[in-house]
Design a protein around this ligand. Structure first.
Ligand SMILES: Cc1cc2nc3c(=O)[nH]c(=O)nc-3n(C[C@H](O)[C@H](O)[C@H](O)COP(=O)(O)OP(=O)(O)OC[C@H]3O[C@@H](n4cnc5c(N)ncnc54)[C@H](O)[C@@H]3O)c2cc1C
Length: 732
């Protein structure tokens, strides 16, 4: 390919010099001598020629003009699409208005150099953090200047695409005050928080305890003499550890601590504690606070100041305890309010709905990169055709890539359903109807768990599917993984969440006949029937029937849950018994959650008005998701006795047919996610497929290439190469 080198005549000369020196150095004497010359002469020549090339590059902005030449290496792929990508874009965005907002906000961010993420993976932590708080401040200024709505502001922050203290301020601090503060408290704190004249974080986790919230050790002891709480960190393990935004940015923390009045421990409650001065940002007296240190990956989550915090008898006014659900009076009396505790569930559903939509988004980014690159990358040949094959043609590549593509679509559909679920929960709470809350709690916990685990693994799979280049930060995948993977831990460790789902399933089964299971657990009402009738599939195409797919998932899940319930029923009923069976309980919870995804995707396609032009592709995605889950979890389907080996083999064959249908649409299906090049930040996933140009160009931004001869050569490499390890210049 012509890279347009002629755009720079100096470069052309330098390249010629390099070639010329190479030719000269290889044209002398015998073998050995030639070798010597190649080494010394050529290195020398290279230094000069490359030096000329380099200084030329530094001077000449036109060096990379080739990069802006309009190309579209993927136009052939787009020409084979069998659906209208623009219609799919609107569908995936959630509607025309949402699509318009997303497009506008993406452009706003991409056109503003302050939001550039170009150098993020190369910055040292301090510079990275400083750039990040600059972006956060600039985003806020932009929001105010342009008078953006809440929805537009959220999208703007989404496209800035960097974890930062504002995530916790808006995502945890404010919702927690809304959920747990009295009206008066909300008025006081939210009016400050909404204009960001205070910055808040969410300080729950401690060095010694995270998942086990009841084990937290920080104390808030009421002192009636002064009408204050005394916040204290009695042990090393009680140090608050992990809260995002706490390390350097926050002025206030929402602290979870044991409430003690009159020597009585009332358990964990929430308190607003000012930790830094609003004058000069210095920590307040007796507060020890800082950043916990560098986290996984380059860039990655290191833009966030996850912090530590210790209190040494820090006093706060009594009114700083959030008192919607419980109060402490002036004389130290503790009273639970008559407000139902479940009122906070709405916020939880909202947060988890966001997590599932986020999972779809992250997975779709990784899949976009891997699909586009797989269509560009060629390896080996096929003796029947000239040239090398696009790696996307290989069945192994398809069998990993296409199910992930389908999963991103499936999670998007589930995200849509969770939006409805949130509205439904809020409506019920308004009417004091708490009947569906246990089911909603279990289903949202489970969906958070599987969506984040599958997405984290999926991003890593996409990295591997991009071969060696996937390992370069320029692919965008290492950073995407590093940023995403903690989602498996925060907002509830994924295993712990699945165990909560399992407890719910056990309880539901134990109440069959007395209480009718509702919502996503309704199928358990048919547990007897699902445990006896087996799958009827005898030909591959039957696997594309939604009711056959649905029944397979229901039967597998019901049987797995019933089997582990039976085992527990035969035991002593002790906690030890439960612990012994946790691996099976987690598997049964996962099966239940996979069923929810399949059933909600199918339901969505059957009940929503979906434009005809894209329905076929969405059904293809739905069937691919469902069948790939059956094949991946074949062991479970076989072990429960619902499927036979023959039926699994038919499912595998059918899946290959589905892959054939996806293949001509693959690039268009990822285009429909509508990720801009700026947002993707990947040389491999570029819209135009001009991968090699941009990988090559990217290498010139590497700081090691700032000089031709690397810093350290004189002290460390030269003594080695000149056999002068003990010489005066050696620093070895
Ligand atoms: C990037 C990031 C950001 C965070 N942000 C915040 C924040 O803003 N505010 C905040 O308060 N916290 C935050 N956290 C902390 C986070 O919420 C906790 O780390 C999380 O809840 C998990 O708890 P843990 O660390 O105690 O894990 P642990 O519970 O110690 O988990 C360790 C292992 O033990 C297993 N395990 C634990 N208990 C059981 C059990 N009963 N049965 C079976 N297995 C078990 C887990 O599955 C896991 O494999 C953040 C964490 C990360 C990584």
């Amino acid at each position: 390919m012509c890279y347009g080198f002629v755009a720079c005549s100096c470069l052309h000369k330098a390249t010629l010099a390099l070639r010329c020196q190479e030719t000269r150095s290889t044209s002398g004497g015998g073998e050995e001598r030639r070798g010597e010359e190649r080494t010394s002469g050529c290195t020398h020549a290279r230094t000069h020629a490359f030096g000329a090339l380099w200084s030329c590059h530094l001077r000449c902005q036109s060096f990379f003009q080739f990069a802006v030449m309009a190309v579209d290496h993927l136009s052939g792929e787009r020409a084979t699409a069998q659906f209208d990508v623009e219609v799919m874009k609107v569908y995936l965005a959630g509607g025309q208005r949402e699509h318009e907002i997303a497009t506008r906000m993406a452009q706003l961010v991409a056109s503003d150099p302050i939001f550039s993420k170009e150098d993020r993976v190369r910055l040292a932590r301090k510079d990275l953090y400083k750039a990040s708080i600059r972006k956060a401040g600039h985003a806020w200024k932009t929001i105010l200047e342009k008078g953006l709505s809440e929805e537009e502001s959220m999208k703007l922050r989404h496209f800035v695409d960097e974890p930062t203290f504002t995530d916790l301020h808006w995502g945890m601090f404010i919702p927690a005050i809304k959920g747990q503060g009295t009206e008066e408290q909300q008025h006081k704190w939210l009016s400050l928080a909404y204009k960001m004249s205070i910055i808040g974080c969410y300080a729950q986790t401690e060095l010694g305890h995270g998942s086990n919230v009841q084990g937290l050790e920080t104390t808030a002891t009421f002192d009636p003499a002064t009408d204050e709480f005394v916040m204290h960190s009695p042990t090393l393990t009680s140090t608050k550890w992990w809260p995002g935004g706490l390390g350097k940015a926050s002025t206030h923390a929402l602290v979870y601590a044991r409430l003690i009045t009159d020597n009585k421990d009332h358990g964990i409650h929430a308190f607003i504690v000012q930790i830094r001065s609003l004058e000069d940002h210095v920590p307040l007296p007796n507060v020890t606070v800082g950043d916990i240190g560098v986290k996984f990956g380059n860039g990655g989550y290191n833009t966030m100041d996850n912090g530590f915090l210790r209190f040494d008898h820090v006093r706060i006014p009594r009114e700083n305890m959030l008192m919607r659900l419980a109060t402490v009076t002036k004389d130290g009396k503790y009273e639970r309010s008559d407000k139902p505790r479940q009122l906070g569930y709405g916020a939880m559903v909202f947060v988890r709905q966001g997590i599932v939509i986020d999972a779809s988004n992250y997975l779709s980014r990784a899949v976009t990169i891997a699909v586009r690159y797989s269509a560009v990358r060629r390896q080996f040949g096929n003796k029947d055709e000239p040239g090398e094959l696009q790696v996307i043609e290989y069945r192994t590549q398809q069998s990993k890539l296409f199910p992930l593509l389908a999963t991103a679509y499936a999670y998007r559909a589930v995200g849509f359903w969770m939006k409805w679920l949130y509205a439904d929960v809020m409506e019920r709470l308004k009417n004091n109807d708490f009947s569906t809350l246990p089911e909603v709690h279990a289903c949202t916990a489970g969906l958070k768990s599987i969506a984040t685990s599958v997405t984290a693994d999926g991003i890593e799979e996409c990295r591997k599917l991009c071969g060696g280049h996937g390992y370069l930060c320029a692919s965008g995948l290492p950073e995407l993984y590093a940023v995403y993977v903690p989602a498996c831990t925060y907002e509830g460790d994924n295993t712990i969440l699945l165990l909560q789902v399992a407890r719910f399933l056990l309880k539901t089964l134990s109440q069959i006949g007395k209480v009718k299971p509702v919502g996503t657990a309704a199928y358990l009402g048919n547990v007897k029937q699902l445990s006896t009738q087996n799958c009827k599939v005898s030909q591959g195409h039957e696997w594309s029937n939604p009711s056959i797919l649905l029944e397979a998932f229901e039967a597998r899940s019901a049987r797995q849950a019933a089997a582990v319930a039976l085992r527990l029923a035969r035991g002593s009923g002790s906690e030890a018994d439960f612990q012994e069976n946790t691996p099976e309980l987690v598997e049964s919870a996962r099966a239940h959650c996979q069923l929810i995804v399949v059933s909600k995707f199918i339901e969505h396609l059957q009940t929503e008005t979906i434009p005809e032009g894209i329905k076929e592709q969405l059904m293809l995605m739905c069937n691919t998701y469902a069948l790939s889950q059956i094949v991946e979890n074949a062991g479970d389907f076989l072990a429960t006795g619902y499927l036979t080996g023959k039926q699994i083999a038919l499912a595998k064959d059918e899946l290959k047919h589905l892959f054939d249908k996806i293949r001509p649409n693959a690039v268009a299906l990822v285009d429909a996610f509508d990720h801009t090049d700026d947002y993707l930040g990947s040389a491999l996933g570029r819209y135009d497929g001009d991968v090699y140009t941009h990988l090559y160009k990217g290498a010139f931004k590497e700081s090691l290439n700032d000089t031709v001869v690397v810093d350290g050569y004189e002290e460390y490499l030269k003594p080695l190469l000149t056999q002068n390890l003990w010489g005066p210049q050696s620093k070895l």
